[in-house]
Every structure is written in structure tokens, then in C-alpha cells.
Design a protein around this ligand. Structure first.
Ligand code: KIV
Length: 266
């Protein structure tokens, strides 16, 4: 990557909406992966609280703490030269009050070099989004399937309350969100919301007509083999590749083939 690369900014998102230039977003949780994704030209790296499931191996994102988000966001932001880095506000770090949200988001922006936060919720979070934006903190909204509400929803399901989802997306944008994630909603509804919003929509399981797309990187790389939802396209099969590489190493160690002379100091 050239050293004079221009970092992506929040105003780029609205310019790209106007230009109909599609926006690529991937999740990142650690330094080496963030560096590779940034070098590949991904526009935005999301330090998602999905790290609760794909890094920690928990069944939901509910246990993720603000300290953990700060820990991962710091690594990702330090590795990134061009992409906009957005960090998730985890469960119960912003729902209590707008003041709590500003304090939590403030920690992410002050203790890491991330440029924005993401939070789940539309109409009910509008006051909080407005308070964050007024404090100078860019916010990405997230409507449709909201994984932090999984207990309320009774599972990870396609969300079909069309009027409420449209109202949520409009409320997030009106409150000042610079982009809105649409998760697991019918493609036709996502198109309608994308037409209605002045800010970009970023879809995951929301069809092809959003302004941008986001995927969870370990899903895209084929690292989570037991989980393959309909909306995930696997661009690599790193699960089998890692298992094969580790098995070859085990065999080489067992047979005394590793290290060889070239890999040893004389
Ligand atoms: O936590 C996350 O990775 C997310 C994306 C799935 C949008 O919220």
C-alpha cells in the first residue's frame, strides 16, 4: 500500500451515497488481520461485538465488555492506515442513558484511534444517537436484527416488522447517524429503506440493494465451519487449510523433519 494513502473519513460516506459508490465493510478484531484487510482496500473496519461469538466462542454477544472492545479496537486502529475504524458499543454500555453512552463512546475514541461507534436500536435510541453526535462522536446505527436483543427476540431470525424497521432506520438517520446497518431483513424492505435514507445503508443479510455490505470476517474466510447462514459468501476455506497446516507440522515434529538444517543456527 502506498504511504501517502488518504484515510477514509465520515464525510466520504455521504459523498459515496450521492455518487452511488458501494461501500465495503468487514469486521476486524486483531492487528494482523486488520492490516491485511486494510491493505486489501476494505473501506471500513468494524470492531464488532461479534467478537463475543467468533473470538471468545460464546453463544451470544451479551457478555462482551467495554474493556474488551477497547482492547480490540486499539489493535485494529493501530494496524489501519486507510479504512474508517468503527467500534461497537457492547450490551449495556449505552442503553442506560445518553450520559452513559457518551462516557462509553468517549472511552473508545480516547483510548483507541477508532473514528466512530456503532450501537443497536432506532427510534428508542434516537435521543442517545443525537447526544453522541452533539458531543462530536460519529455514530453508525444498526436496525433490523439486533443481536444484543436476542433474549427478547427469541433467537437470530429474519426481522419482518416492516413499518417498525423503516421507522427505526429513519429515526437513526434523523438523529444524526452517518450510516445505518440493516441486519437480516427482506431485500425488498432494505431497498425501500436505502431509497428513503439520505445516509448510506450497510447490509448484512439484507440483499444486494444496500449502499454497502458488511460481513463477519471469520465467516467470509471459512474459519467458522459449523455456521454457514444463507447470507454469508465464503471467499476462502481457511478452516481446512489451518487444520491441514497444523497436521503437517505435527507429523514433521513427530518424524524429526522440523526443523531442518536451514532452519537451525550453526
Ligand atoms: O458485531 C458485528 O460484527 C456486527 C455486524 C454483524 C454488523 O454488528
Amino acid at each position: 500500500m502506498p504511504t501517502d494513502v488518504r484515510p477514509v473519513t465520515i464525510p466520504d460516506f455521504s459523498a459515496w451515497k450521492t455518487q452511488k459508490r458501494r461501500i465495503s465493510v468487514l469486521t476486524a478484531y486483531d492487528f494482523p488481520t486488520a492490516r491485511l484487510l486494510d491493505e486489501a482496500g476494505v473501506d471500513c473496519l468494524l470492531v464488532g461485538d461479534s467478537l463475543g461469538t467468533v473470538v471468545h466462542g460464546w453463544g451470544t454477544t451479551l457478555k462482551v465488555t467495554l474493556d474488551q472492545m477497547v482492547y480490540h479496537a486499539e489493535m485494529v486502529a493501530r494496524a489501519t492506515r486507510r479504512a474508517l475504524v468503527v467500534a461497537d458499543l457492547p450490551f449495556l454500555s449505552y442503553q442506560v442513558s445518553p450520559k452513559q453512552a457518551i462516557q462509553s463512546a468517549g472511552r473508545l475514541l480516547k483510548e483507541t484511534d477508532c473514528q466512530a461507534v456503532k450501537l443497536e436500536g432506532g427510534a428508542t435510541m434516537a435521543v442517545t444517537i443525537r447526544a453522541l453526535v452533539n458531543a462530536g462522536i460519529p455514530v453508525m446505527g444498526h436496525v433490523g436484527l439486533q443481536p444484543q436483543s436476542v433474549r427478547q427476540l427469541g433467537g437470530y431470525k429474519v426481522q419482518r416488522s416492516e413499518d417498525r424497521i423503516l421507522e427505526d432506520a429513519l429515526a437513526a438517520a434523523d438523529a444524526g447517524a452517518f450510516a445505518v446497518v440493516l441486519e437480516c431483513i427482506p431485500a425488498r424492505l432494505a431497498s425501500q429503506i436505502t431509497e428513503a435514507l439520505v445516509v448510506p445503508t450497510i447490509g448484512i443479510g439484507a440483499g444486494p440493494n444496500c449502499d454497502g455490505q458488511v460481513l463477519v470476517t471469520p465467516d467470509l474466510l471459512g474459519l467458522i465451519e459449523q455456521f454457514h447462514p444463507k447470507f454469508v459468501r465464503r471467499y476462502a476455506e481457511l478452516g481446512p487449510a489451518i487444520r491441514e497446516a497444523a497436521a503437517a507440522y505435527v507429523a514433521d515434529v513427530a518424524e524429526g523433519r522440523f526443523p531442518d538444517e536451514a532452519e537451525s543456527f550453526q
